[in-house]
Design a protein. Structure first.
Lengths: 440, 301
């Protein structure tokens, strides 16, 4: 036991003290937050990074003069002489010339370069808005009435269980299930491969025989698996902590900017049709947000977290034992290919299915079976959990998971103990079967 | 110290050891000799409890071999190496701890050995930064740091340069003088015969010969001698107490290979030759381990 602890300590410390570990651990959240902030920033500023486009408008229809509103990114100014302006607008520092003929049949936008889809889209929207407002008032329709009439209806999904009815926001369940499943999927690959590489390293550096003259092969394998698993947990915890801290900091910075932005926008919208629409939208938005938050609250969070930890742990133990066996059977990393496929296939198969079949049909027979088989259940069950799984199924799946882990570790260790001492022998499946049969 | 009794080990279809028995005495240097594939490494791995025999048993100081004996054995495998990315001092301490030493004790002893082998200043270096000779010294320290009663060295001198081989050899002999039992395993039989008290010869999974080196030599003596003399050629009559096996005449001397006739002694031979010639060299032809091995194999077949 003491020896396993020593091995765990070494496996853990040598990995955690590496520069690459620190780099990955600290860079990933920074990159992640950076990326998210950039997305948010761009979304908030709506192309604010690009410069302001100045548009010269020649309106022969008379519909738009003084009605078109400049925005942050597009500024309109009016001219009268189409032919003259067309010649001079670039020279005068304008980016585009918007020409609205009297018939309004063929509105054109000229530019030195082809106007971008986004900019022409924005101009189109503005023209449409002004035109619609005019047509509505011509038809004597109050824009506020219209806005009310445009209410979109939504269906509120409810789940009836033992505790009465609960909100069941499908999107939240989709999201949390997929995120958990992907995290397990990625970490099984990531840390399983680390175990495999560790085993190969011991073979290649030829220290293996020195090691197993001091400890049993099984102790070495288990120590390595647990050590690397703890590295994985450390990394996950650090990622969560760092991401939370960074996103709180970044969030408050972006948040204050965003509210300022909103105020500006509301101020801009204080006249015309938009006011009513915006007011209406404001009324709907908080409700929706509350609904989403509420539905997250209604999820069995404790159950999800506990199941995630359970399936993460046992899934990792099961697969890393297999990865260790693969590592022991080869002399270098390039030879691992032929054995990797059957090991990783159940994972890939499940993650593909989980995005379509399982998530859309969490109670189908296929989903239930996949969440029972230990090789697929860590991923399949995590997809199903948010939708509510009867506890006998969870219990059965967990028991099978533990049995599966014990079984694969037993098989893997039998291959491992022979494989680590084999050099220069190209291992085949037949060979592995032979190793498995060797007596102690 | 070690009693090996009827050990059988089979790997799927191929027999590595068939009923091998031998005794290894405490405080002696024991040579486990034989060509590649004879079963030496299999036997060593069984003594180290890396693998278990299919049949037979091994006694360590009269006790059946078990996990507690691991701490009393030091093993330098033929396939040797250390963690490349780990600092050398830290690594030796780690390996010593796995053999049951406490951390502080391991550090103390490692420092002592590093000083002795003059690799002190390399304590903080990673293995990959060291020269081959340094790595081997470190590996040797890892083998003996826990002061094992039994030290098993599998092909110890392959890969060592002559200078380091000599240093390591002297360290091994010193450990032996201080009471450690040594097992040398090698296919280069002549390389360790002068070091060993006893040997065992393995061939194709069978033990074909074992015993004290001196006794084995005596056993394989053929009563053959070489005599060299200077001066004119001597005619050997039929009344001589020996028969001439071969005769070579070189520039100024002649060499005879002789076999003593039944019932005669070495003195008779010299007595016959002394008046006839000017003897410059006389020696017994002693079979080398290689020759003994070949003879033993032949005898067995």
């Amino acid at each position: 036991m003491n020896k396993i602890l020593l091995i765990i300590k070494r496996e853990y410390l040598t990995r955690v003290m590496k520069k690459s570990f620190l780099m990955v651990t600290f860079l990933v959240p920074v990159l992640f937050i950076g990326m998210m902030s950039l997305v948010v920033y761009l979304a908030v500023n709506q192309g604010g990074l690009g410069d302001v486009k100045k548009v010269q408008v020649v309106d022969e229809s008379g519909w738009f003069a003084n009605k078109i509103q400049s925005s942050k990114t597009i500024q309109y100014s009016f001219a009268t002489d189409y032919a003259a302006t067309k010649k001079t607008f670039i020279k005068n520092g304008y980016d585009y010339l918007l020409y609205v003929p009297a018939t309004m049949s063929k509105i054109q936008l000229f530019g030195e370069s082809t106007p971008s889809v986004i900019n022409s889209g924005k101009i189109e929207d503005e023209l449409t808005r002004v035109a619609r407002a005019r047509r509505l008032s011509e038809a004597h329709i109050d824009s506020a009435v219209l806005a009310n009439a445009q209410t979109a209806l939504s269906v509120e999904p409810k789940q009836i269980g033992e505790n009465g009815e609960t909100d069941a926001n499908v999107m939240a369940k989709y999201g949390i299930g997929l995120v958990c499943a992907f995290l397990i999927y990625i970490s099984l690959f990531l840390y399983g491969a680390q175990v495999m590489r560790g085993v190969i390293e011991e073979k290649v550096s030829r220290i293996i025989e020195v090691m197993i003259s001091s400890v049993k092969p099984f102790q070495l394998m288990l120590g390595k698996i647990i050590g690397v698993g703890m590295v994985g947990l450390t990394q996950f915890v650090l990622w969560i902590v760092l991401t939370t801290v960074l996103s709180t900091v970044a969030g408050s910075a972006v948040g204050s900017k965003m509210s300022a932005m909103q105020q500006v926008q509301t101020a801009q919208q204080s006249q015309g049709v938009k006011t009513a629409l915006a007011a209406n939208a404001d009324k709907i938005e908080p409700n929706k947000m509350a609904a989403v938050i509420h539905s997250f609250e209604s999820l069995p969070i404790a159950q999800i977290v506990l199941c995630f930890l359970f399936y993460f742990m046992f899934g990792y133990l099961l697969y890393s034992a297999l990865f260790a066996a693969v590592g022991s059977a080869v002399d270098n990393e390039t030879e691992t290919q032929q054995f990797m496929l059957p090991v990783t296939m159940p994972l890939i198969f499940t993650i593909i299915l989980s995005q379509s079949v399982i998530v859309n049909n969490p109670d189908s027979t296929l989903s239930i079976w996949l969440s029972m088989i230990p090789f697929t259940s860590p991923i399949a069950m995590m997809i199903r959990i948010p939708f509510g799984v009867p506890w006998p199924q969870i219990a059965a799946s967990m028991v099978l998971m533990v049995l599966g882990f014990l079984f694969t570790t037993w098989v893997a260790s039998r291959i491992y103990r022979v494989g680590i001492l084999m050099y220069g022998k190209k291992a085949s499946y037949k060979e592995l079967a032979k190793w498995f049969m060797y007596k102690e | 110290m070690i009693s090996i009794r009827n050990i059988v080990k089979e790997y799927a279809g191929h027999r590595a050891l068939s009923g091998v028995s031998m005794e290894i005495e405490k405080g002696k240097v024991f040579g486990l000799l034989g060509p590649n594939g004879a079963g030496k490494t299999s036997l060593i791995r069984i003594i180290n409890q890396i693998t278990a025999p299919d049949a037979g048993e091994i006694l360590f100081n009269g006790e059946r071999l078990n996990q507690h004996h691991i701490a009393q054995i030091g093993y330098l495998p033929e396939e040797r190496g250390l963690y490349k990315k780990m600092e050398i001092g830290e690594q030796i301490v780690y390996l010593a701890q796995l053999k049951g030493l406490s951390e502080s004790e391991a550090k103390l002893r490692a420092r002592k050995w590093f000083k002795k082998l003059e690799i002190e200043s390399w304590w903080k270096k990673k293995i990959e930064e060291l020269s081959k000779g340094m790595q081997q010294k470190a590996q040797f320290v890892a083998t003996v740091i826990h002061e094992p009663e039994l030290i098993i060295l599998d092909e110890p001198f392959t890969g060592f340069d002559p200078v380091n081989a000599e240093i390591i050899k002297n360290e091994i002999l010193e450990l032996n003088r201080n009471g450690a039992t040594i097992i040398f395993s090698t296919h280069r039989m002549e390389s360790v015969e002068e070091l060993c008290d006893s040997i065992a010869l393995l061939n194709l999974s069978h033990k074909i010969l074992d015993g004290k080196v001196k006794e084995i030599r005596n056993q394989f003596r053929t009563g053959t001698y070489i005599i060299e003399y200077t001066g004119s050629r001597v005619n050997i009559g039929i009344d001589a107490p020996f028969t001439v096996l071969s005769e070579t005449t070189l520039e100024d001397h002649t060499q005879l290979k002789l076999a003593i006739k039944e019932g005669h002694k070495v003195n008779d031979l010299l007595h016959y030759m002394l008046p006839l010639s000017d003897i410059s060299k006389f020696e017994e032809v002693i079979p080398t381990m290689n020759e003994i091995f070949i003879q033993a194999v032949k005898k067995q077949q």
